[in-house]
Design a protein around this ligand. Structure first.
Ligand code: ARG
Ligand code: ZN
Length: 881
């Protein structure tokens, strides 16, 4: 399919469904190739729809094997059935039932949408539109039904049979070979929240009693033999359930809650009602096979999917344009949970890093779109950092603007008013307008307008008048389809830092909202602070109070002062990042500015030396973030045009190496101090110590490759956990030579039976910034650990390579050629994985002319490939537009 032949679906064209489906009774006979599905739908005309309209049910690669209306066969002229639709031309204008028989082949389903088999486990993925691959249906989120599901399967093949809701019956079929289970979900839900699982699975179980007294049986199901790795996920589940009771007043609402890990999954996880299905990467953890980063991701994603039970399931989306209504809000909720469980400033820094590297880059390129898109061809291409991460930032700003109390009251009102409905952003915002008494009309622009705003700030101190005047202006660059931008509401949290800390903020300005927040909602404004006794250093956008770029021309000396004296941890971290970033941008722009870079390294090292000695040991997790420079991709985006990835990489390497060289004794001493003999524990404090030690290792390896290699080897040998081993491998990848190859081989041997660990091994190699990497990656495709059929393997090796700034962007274009070929190959089996991979081209327009031309050629090659999926065709078309 060519993208230009695909209809554009528009938000403004929304109309309610002409028909409703109150009940769905599914009877599913599981078989590896011939699964029989019988769906009994209880239909009625929608009073809000068009009277007398035909009934058009969605399908996708379906074939109809039987159809009855109110239990009776119907004349063939009364309906038509294709793979994409089942149409009843003149349905009765009353309640009636349809019995629809379809047959599907789960083993042949390589798209991993609908019903498929993953390592012999039957599972489903129905969001956004996978249910129509199981049965004909009104597959839209505003059609909500009560489901009863009877599953039948061979006992040996699928001893465990799960679906949404509560188990109401189970038993054996005559002959004893097959058995069945019946599940009932009392909560009406859209089809995208339907799920089933069947297979041989082990589990861990735990009883839970909700704050309002409901007994719930929790279970985490995993591949046989892996129950020992399910404990952490269960622990996270219990903690996030308590947290949602305490912080949002939300209780769980069924008698069972099941989590299932499967090894083939397109995304991270899915919030199906009462039956969350996960990519096993985000469930399985033990110290030998999961890193600290994995433990943290599992905590975040278990919470994310659980929190969807209220923000997504009890209240769902009217249409897919409202996706951020559930995703942005739920990301915000999971971020808050992690912040409460761990260190809030460190979590904020990590989230902002992710936001900048994924969302800012999306917003700066041809795939930019608003948090609530106005049109789409393929909805699966809109599960993006903009909808998720920027969507969460919008909620965070809303909370800051209305205040904690009105925010909580607004959430309560939203849960109250919209429970059981398919809602819109307008309905959501209305709750907060009501509880805060604030007009949120302009704020709503965050949902409509794409692009990252830039805040340009400057300050003037008048010693005679004892005033400090802050001038703030905002601009947003054009994005596709939006040439002219309007001002958005930017809450700018700030402080004025004096010699002895924050100065009092005294001003009569209407833009000052109190509590250290200026609301910048005009193209520009000035705020005058009075009674300012000394020239202050402005600390702006504290806590990253708005998802914007800040241009504020502070001298390095002032930034270094903020690094040591700002009361806001985020801005302490940011200050040092800003010093490094400015030097890297200028060196990346015009290579040869080496001396300036060395001077900056000297400044940074001096600031860090004291910090490492005195403060770092008290908060290692924060210190690890401080030691980590901005990533080269961030520098590329800051430069924005005519980007030369090699120049940026070289600058980045030499800055890090210089800092490492100067700090080496401190780093060694710190590593000694932090070295523990205690057994591995995944808690945030222990993880922070490992993070700092390993950050130090990386710097040492860049400064002195030989010393780094020796340290890495020793660390690998001594480590009792994957975090330290993987960090050793990563440090070693920075040092070309035999020792590196030996450690790579040893790692593979150690973890030969662990696909998820080998993914990290594949990725570490794919990220090596050397010309030999492309051949290495092609070679690794033949390794038994790799498979094009498994999304995790593809994301690790091919996705890892596409994220390798210098090698994906090789000057000879071979990196683009390789990734483009992989996109075309993958598209034949799994369009979602292919289109994600094609998204790696999103920053091609900012490259220098030669690379830009090569990238464009390869994008065009993809776009012109016959028989493309809608997913890939849509990305190719938008990337080239
Ligand atoms: N709702 C899921 C989550 O964020 C994501 C599912 C997306 N799946 C897809 N095929 N687009 O938790
Ligand atoms: Zn989600």
């Amino acid at each position: 399919m060519r993208a230009d032949d695909t209809p554009l679906i528009r938000l403004e064209d929304y109309r309610p469904s002409d028909w409703l489906i109150d009940t769905v009774d599914l009877d599913i006979n599981l078989h590896p190739q011939k699964t029989q599905v019988r769906a009994l739908l209880g239909l009625r005309p929608n009073p809000a729809g068009r009277l007398g309209a035909p009934l058009i049910l969605d399908g996708d690669e379906l074939s109809l094997s039987g159809l009855r209306l109110d239990g009776l066969l119907i004349d063939e002229s009364a309906y038509s059935a294709t793979a994409q639709a089942l149409t009843l031309h003149a349905p009765p204008q009353r309640r009636f039932t349809l019995t629809i028989d379809t047959q599907v082949d789960p083993s042949a389903n390589t798209k991993l949408m609908g019903l498929y088999r993953s390592s012999r486990v039957y599972c489903t993925q129905c969001e956004a539109d996978g249910f129509r691959r199981i049965s004909y249906f009104l597959d839209r989120p505003d059609v909500m039904s009560i489901y009863s599901v009877r599953l039948e399967a061979a006992k040996l093949e699928a001893p465990v049979l799960l679906s949404n809701g509560n188990l109401v019956a189970a038993g054996e079929m005559a002959g004893g070979e097959r058995h069945f289970a019946v599940w009932h979900d009392p909560h009406p839900k859209p089809a995208y929240l339907f799920a089933l699982v069947g297979g041989a699975l082990d589990h861990v179980r735990q009883d839970y009693v909700t704050a309002d007294g409901r007994k719930v049986e929790l279970a985490v199901h995993v591949e046989p033999g892996k129950a020992g790795r399910a404990g952490w996920a269960m622990d996270c589940l219990v903690r996030c359930m308590r947290w949602d009771e305490r912080v949002f007043g939300r209780n769980y609402d069924l008698d069972v809650f099941n989590v299932v890990a499967v090894s083939d999954f397109n995304m991270g996880a899915m919030e199906n009602k009462g039956l969350n299905i996960f990519n096993d990467k985000y469930v399985l953890a033990d110290p030998q096979t999961a890193t600290d980063g994995d433990y943290a991701s599992i905590e975040a994603i278990i919470a994310h999917e659980y929190f969807h039970n209220w923000t997504g399931n009890r209240i769902t989306c009217r249409d897919w344009f409202q996706l951020c209504l559930k995703e942005g809000l739920t990301v915000f909720r999971d971020q808050e949970f992690s912040a409460d469980e761990r260190s809030r400033p460190v979590k904020r820094i990590a989230d902002v890093r992710t936001l900048r590297s994924t969302q800012f880059s999306e917003d700066a390129g041809p795939l930019a779109h608003p948090v609530r898109p106005r049109a789409y061809k393929e909805i699966n291409n809109f599960y993006t950092p903009t909808v998720y991460e920027k969507g969460a930032e919008v909620i965070r700003m809303l909370k800051l603007l209305v205040g904690d109390d009105a925010f909580r009251a607004g959430m309560d009102l939203y849960f109250d008013r919209c429970d059981g409905t398919a809602a819109t952003i307008e309905e959501f915002l209305a709750c907060f307008a009501e509880t805060s008494g604030k007009d949120l009309t302009q704020f709503a622009r965050w949902y409509e307008q794409a692009g990252t705003p830039t805040i340009v700030a400057s300050g003037r101190y008048d010693a005679a008048a004892r005033t400090y005047t802050l001038d703030l202006a905002q601009t947003t660059a054009p994005t596709p389809g939006q040439p002219d931008k309007q001002p958005v509401v930017l809450p700018v949290a700030l402080g004025l830092v004096g010699k002895a800390g924050d100065l009092p903020l005294v001003t009569g300005s209407a833009a000052y909202a109190g509590d250290g927040v200026i609301v910048l909602d005009q193209p520009s404004l000035s705020v005058a602070f009075s009674d300012v006794d000394e020239p202050p250093i402005p600390s702006l956008l504290r806590g990253f109070s708005a998802p914007a770029r800040l241009e504020l021309d502070l001298a390095d000396a002032d930034l270094l002062r903020l690094f040591s004296a700002d009361s806001d941890s985020f801005n302490r971290w940011q200050a040092l990042q800003s010093v490094a970033s400015r030097a890297l941008v200028s060196a990346g722009r015009s290579p040869g500015g080496h001396n300036a870079l060395i001077a900056t390294a000297g400044e940074l090292a001096e600031a860090l030396a004291g910090f490492l000695r005195v403060q770092a040991p008290a908060d290692p997790a924060f210190a690890a973030q401080v030691l980590r420079l901005p990533v080269p991709a961030d520098i590329a985006r800051e430069i924005g045009r005519d980007v030369d990835p090699d120049a940026i990489h070289a600058a980045h390497r030499s800055l890090a190496a210089e800092i490492g060289l100067r700090l080496r004794p401190h780093l060694m001493e710190l590593r000694e101090r932090l070295g523990t003999s205690a057994a591995y524990r995944p808690d945030a404090a222990s993880a922070g110590r490992r993070a700092l030690r390993n950050e130090a290792l990386g710097l040492i390896a860049l400064a002195d490759p030989e010393a780094g290699a020796r340290l890495a080897e020793a660390q690998f040998a001594a480590a009792d956990n994957l975090t330290d081993r993987l960090a050793a491998l990563a440090a070693m990848t920075l040092v070309p030579g035999d020792a590196r190859e030996a450690l790579i081989a040893r790692f593979a041997k150690t973890y030969a039976a662990e696909p998820l660990v080998l993914d990290k091994w594949l990725m570490a190699q794919a990220l090596i910034a050397e010309a030999g990497t492309l051949d290495r990656v092609k070679g690794l495709m033949q390794h038994p650990a790799f498979s094009l059929g498994n999304p995790n393997r593809v994301r690790a090796l091919i996705g890892g390579f596409a994220a390798n700034l210098t090698q994906f962007n090789r000057p000879d274009g071979e990196g683009y050629a390789f990734v483009a070929d992989m996109v075309v190959a993958l598209d034949r089996t799994n369009p979602q994985v292919a289109s994600r991979l094609l998204g790696s081209f999103k920053s091609w327009r900012m490259l220098e002319p030669a690379r830009k031309a090569l990238a464009e050629q390869k994008l065009a090659m993809v776009a012109q490939t016959p028989g493309l999926s809608r997913d890939v065709a849509d990305i190719a078309e938008r990337a080239l537009a």
